[in-house]
Design a protein around this ligand. Structure first.
Ligand code: ADP
Length: 171
């Protein structure tokens, strides 16, 4: 599997699946979530509402992932995953790792070969970028998957630089 870093907007990626840093309501929010729903249009929200009316009546639990259509985005699917809110007192790293592993598992179920990830939890949810990058890159590197092309889409040069440094240091 190849891992690539891209500076840009995840909604513009031509990949099979883009991953959304969703919240457990699945009904939209700020950051990546807001951008995906704005650019992808109402079809995505309609499928999210159907998931809330069915399988995920209480919302999508933290660390889990579920797919919907990508609406008008260039991607075919959106994989929604709920990152943990960063906490100084509780180590929630396993939940953040689970977001990446579960998203790849869902991608495999879909037959997706290319997947774009944002830096989950590093925005509104407050995760420090360097630790978020380390968890993201080590988990993706170590998760068995049929996905061939994993792209981390970083929204600003600082996030890109942090990911590049962590990727360089991986064994
Ligand atoms: P979370 O609630 O999981 O922290 P956010 O969407 O607030 O999710 O932020 C996750 C990361 O995605 C942050 O580093 C933020 O700067 C970045 N980000 C925000 N919008 C976009 C976008 N359109 N494309 C890629 N990354 C984005």
């Amino acid at each position: 599997m190849g891992i690539r870093l891209v500076l840009g907007d995840i909604t513009e990626q031509r990949v099979d699946a883009v991953v959304n840093a969703a919240n457990s309501s699945l009904l939209g929010g700020g950051g990546v979530d807001g951008a995906i729903h704005r650019r992808g249009g109402p079809e995505i929200l309609a499928e999210c509402r159907a998931l809330r009316a069915g399988r995920y009546g209480n919302g999508l639990p933290t660390g889990r992932a579920v797919a919907t259509t990508a609406g008008r985005l260039p991607a075919r699917w959106v994989i929604h995953t709920v990152g943990p809110v960063h906490s100084a007192g509780h180590d929630r790293s396993a939940l953040l790792a689970s977001c990446y592993a579960e998203s790849l598992r869902v991608a495999d179920e879909l037959g997706a070969r290319s997947v774009a990830f944002p830096a989950i939890s590093t925005g509104i949810y407050g995760w420090p970028m360097d630790d978020g990058a380390r968890i993201a890159l080590t988990t993706v590197r170590n998760t068995p998957t049929d996905v061939r092309d994993v792209r981390f889409v970083l929204f600003d040069t600082r996030a890109y630089a942090v990911f590049a440094e962590v990727l360089d240091g991986l064994p």
